[in-house]
Design a protein. Structure first.
Length: 257
């Protein structure tokens, strides 16, 4: 699918809202750096010795040159394929296009969204402005799509979470009201409270639910400082994270769970 005038509208998903293109990500820079290393290695240990000793005596140098050319060519081809990635967000869904396939996802078909982000620091202290994002989408037919740092960013996450709220929130709230369990990955909520594995913490015993430094903290009332957190997990293990946060905070703030 090429980006042209016809791309502005999709026969199923509607009008184009936003296009995401590859950026200078850690993955792309890694491929570029490795490619440059092989080019440098081939020049220093292959081309220069070959000119020095000549072709008859430079058989080993020739092998090095050819090997580095082959590896560099493969890596360069991979870089070109990365630069072909596109993600188009439409009114009713998205199209994720790589060099060899195109994935069409209707927002109404999404049942789970895992999200991961990491920010990088200089000397582990000073923020350098770089961040990595990854979104894993599961649809009703159990197909999984991973949108990684090539095109993923914070803005895409806002689009995805907005559509999740719009399509899933009302049904999940309704199921909760009916007394059903609502699953968010390894955490389940119900009228009884929050359940993790075989342990359940009643709503009346929950002090707070917070996110900090990429982790989810569920703290318990009337506990000591050492055991104040009843449960801690990486946010990437929870799907539909912001729906979970919205629902649990609403329940905790209400008089009757």
């Amino acid at each position: 699918m090429s980006h042209n005038k016809q791309q502005l509208n999709h026969p199923i998903l509607g009008k184009l809202v936003k296009e995401f293109r590859p950026k200078f990500s850690r993955k792309l820079s890694t491929f570029i750096n490795i490619t440059l290393v092989f080019i440098y290695f081939g020049f220093v240990f292959g081309v220069l010795p070959l000119f020095t000793v000549g072709l008859p005596q430079g058989g080993f140098s020739l092998i090095i040159v050819l090997g580095c050319l082959i590896v560099s060519g493969i890596l360069a081809y991979r870089i070109i394929n990365i630069l072909k990635y596109r993600l188009f967000v439409y009114d009713r869904g998205l199209v994720y296009q790589s060099s060899d396939k195109t994935i069409v996802i209707n927002f109404s078909d999404i049942v789970a969204l895992w999200q991961y982000s990491a920010r990088y620091y200089l000397y582990f202290v000073i923020p350098n402005g770089r961040a990595t994002y990854e979104y894993i989408i599961k649809t009703k037919d159990s197909k999984i799509t991973i949108i990684d740092e090539i095109v993923a960013n914070d803005e895409l996450g806002k689009y995805l979470n907005y559509e999740l709220f719009k399509h899933l929130m009302s049904s999940l709230k309704f199921n909760y009201t009916l007394g059903k369990e609502v699953v968010f990955g390894e955490i389940t909520i119900s009228k009884k409270g929050i359940k993790v594995q075989n342990a359940t913490l009643p709503w009346s015993d929950i002090k707070s639910i917070d996110i900090s430094a990429g982790k989810l903290y569920i703290s318990k009332k009337n506990s000591g400082w050492l055991d104040k957190n009843w449960y801690v997990t990486e946010v990437s293990t929870i799907y539909n994270l912001y729906i979970f946060i919205e629902m649990t905070h609403t329940i905790l703030n209400s008089a009757i769970p």
